[in-house]
Write a protein that binds this ligand. Structure first.
Ligand SMILES: [Zn+2]
Length: 150
């Protein structure tokens, strides 16, 4: 079980936008970062560099769980049933009290879609007859992360 999950569209978004919050609370609460993609289409760096940096930052931040859902970068889609199931299973597996997700108004389409995907997955994680691999979990605390980059 985790107290808080931060869903991150790419392997640096959580660290860049809420790293301070995660660091502040990681000694007291169990925190996980779930990256949705590997950021393989990014202009900066490459997948190996991003993975290495993500693992290093997780250690520095004291994050307990760091996983990647391996959704293709630039292809996050809140209407994808496959992607929705992946997120629902994470929510049910770790049973977080608080979820952080990107705000669904953002210039980056992956960030927008991730916000909607997480919002929908939280709703569907509470439906007993849907994707019964893990027991239902109701997370009542969703906070959106406003990611502002010029
Ligand atoms: Zn991003």
């Amino acid at each position: 079980m985790l107290n808080l999950i931060c869903f991150s569209p790419h392997p640096d978004d959580a660290e860049l936008f809420v790293g301070g919050i995660l660091l502040k609370h990681s000694s007291k609460y169990k925190i996980g970062i779930i990256d949705l993609t590997k950021g393989e289409k990014s202009t900066n760096g490459d997948v190996q560099q991003r993975e290495k940096e993500a693992l290093n930052s997780s250690e520095i931040l004291g994050v307990h769980i760091k996983e990647n859902l391996n959704i293709h970068d630039t292809c996050i889609n809140h209407l994808s049933n496959e992607q929705l199931i992946k997120v629902v299973e994470i929510i049910r597996k770790y049973k977080p009290t608080i979820i952080l997700a990107p705000y669904y108004v953002d210039k980056n389409p992956d960030h927008r879609e991730a916000g909607l995907l997480i919002k929908d997955a939280i709703f569907k994680a509470a439906l007993a007859n849907l994707y019964p691999k893990y027991p239902v979990h109701r997370c009542a605390n969703l906070f959106f992360i406003l990611q502002v980059i010029k």
